[in-house]
Design a binder for this molecule. Structure first.
Ligand code: ATP
Length: 452
């Protein structure tokens, strides 16, 4: 059975290599030497990412009846980022090595130590603040008045539209607005694959509540968000933990903040932040726009600026988490005692890029045609794959590598009695079932899925 040792440890290199080999993630503009901090999601990657996004969207907007959705534009008025504090404060301290010109975040290295790239001592410039927002210009004139920014977070779009949502829908406080979309940060260091990129996607929800009730909603949302990862995304509990922000990490306006951390191949790192943000953002926008950002309670006639509890997750960082948690090089011992390594992604069926692969045992004698018809008939319900090339064992392994939870094999008996073999990815167990029961069996297995 399976056993693991150092050699089979999950490393970032192995994940990067599988992502490239199997069409999950590619370096952006690779044929031109690549662009740092930007990635392309291939045929498998885009499905994985969309599945994670859809799961989050359903969880937030469908399973909570007091949350509505929004899709604000990436380009916004420059004043938005002045009000939010990003223009003056969204900076990282940066140093350059005078010798090799490498650039580092001053808070991430020891400035008295030699340069980690070229080894020169005392070669760092004095730290200076570097704003992470990408600037561009709108309109024909590239002057200061036309400067705008690519949004560095999706949350501000929600604050700016707060009044529009309240006046156009029947939401009553407490309620939330959820949004998924691209964000951009000119990150100084972009190592660790898609963990920290310059273009990425966020899934954010701002929950507006009455001042004084935020301490009830904050633990509620912390619990909801943690359980989402274990129960819906199927992440192992031991790979997740809490990190509470200390006074040095907390934004000056924030009341409290916790990160959900995941054990990535490079160690424990932030996956999602849950923040108690007070009325800071709406108050700032009221100040800068001159427009009232208050809420009028229809029952008490009280007017106030709501408090906000925010849940802020990285979608692309979720992709890396799902891949890292799922990846296993399983050492299998055959009956002859020989060892064989099976690379498998143990995705929860909720997020797997392919749900069912239909495989004819051989191509001839009508098996491929039967299997192809069967695969077509399953498409309405599941994302399917069809593969006829190579020995059946090799085809199973290919599906294991992209994390397909179920394989259906069509053989000679199928032609006689309309039964197929259903193979389960994790246990590699096989069962014989009638074709008419494929759909219900897969749905039941998915509902009951537990990572072992
Ligand atoms: P860090 O301290 O790691 O730079 P942050 O605390 O600034 O991150 P937030 O601004 O709270 O991060 O962003 C919320 C979420 O967005 C993070 O938990 C992360 O999942 C995601 N995120 C932020 N920056 C990036 C990035 N450059 N690349 C990918 N995901 C990111």
């Amino acid at each position: 059975m399976a056993e693991n040792n150092e050699k089979n440890k999950v490393t970032m290199d192995k994940i990067v290599s599988l992502c490239r080999r199997r069409g999950f993630i590619f370096q952006s503009s690779e044929i031109y030497g690549g662009l740092n901090g930007a990635y392309d999601y291939g045929p498998m990657g885009v499905r994985l990412k969309n599945n994670l996004r859809d799961l989050w969207w359903k969880e937030m907007t469908q399973l909570h009846d007091n949350i509505v959705g929004l899709d604000a534009s990436i380009l916004m008025h420059a004043k938005v980022w002045e009000a939010s504090g990003h223009v003056s404060n969204f900076t990282d301290p940066m140093v350059d090595c005078k010798q090799c010109k490498s650039r580092f975040r001053a808070d991430q290295i020891d400035l008295n130590a030699p340069c980690p790239v070229c080894g020169t001592r005392g070669s760092f410039t004095t730290p200076r603040n570097f704003n992470l927002m990408f600037q561009t210009h709108i309109g024909a004139n590239a002057d200061a008045a036309s400067t705008i920014y690519l949004r560095p977070e999706t949350a501000q779009g929600i604050y700016v539209d707060f009044k529009n949502v309240v006046s156009s829908s029947r939401v009553k406080i407490p309620f939330g607005i959820a949004q998924v979309g691209k964000s951009f940060r000119n990150e100084i260091t972009t190592k660790n694959f898609i963990f920290r990129s310059c273009e990425f996607e966020q899934m954010e929800m701002q929950f507006f509540c009455k001042p004084g009730t935020e301490d009830e909603w904050f633990p509620y949302w912390r619990e909801q968000r943690f359980n989402f990862y274990t129960d819906k995304v199927g992440i192992r509990k031991e790979a997740l933990r809490w990190h509470q922000h200390g006074p040095d990490e907390l934004a000056f306006y924030a009341k409290d903040a916790y990160d959900i951390q995941f054990y990535f191949p490079m160690g424990w790192q932030e996956l999602e932040g849950i923040h108690s943000r007070t009325d800071y953002d709406l108050t700032q926008h009221q100040k800068f726009s001159g427009k009232e950002m208050t809420y009028l309670d229809p029952e008490t006639n009280q007017k106030y600026i709501p408090y906000v509890v925010e849940t802020s997750a990285g979608l692309t960082r979720n992709v890396l988490m799902a891949l890292s948690d799922a990846y296993e090089e399983e050492v299998l011992k055959g009956e002859d005692g020989k060892e064989d390594v099976r690379t498998v992604l143990h995705f929860h069926p909720n997020v797997a890029p392919v749900m069912v692969a239909v495989l004819p045992l051989v191509k001839k004698d009508g098996l491929a045609e039967y299997a192809s018809d069967l695969e077509h008939s399953l498409r309405e319900e599941f994302v399917t794959d069809f593969d006829t090339s190579g020995a059946i064992g090799r085809r199973y392994r290919r599906q294991d590598e992209i994390g397909t939870p179920y394989c259906i094999t069509v053989d000679y008996d199928t032609l006689k009695d309309n039964t197929v073999t259903l193979r389960f990815r994790d246990s590699m167990e096989q069962m014989r079932i009638p074709v008419s029961e494929i759909e219900s069996t897969i749905k039941k297995a998915t509902k009951e899925y537990k990572r072992v």
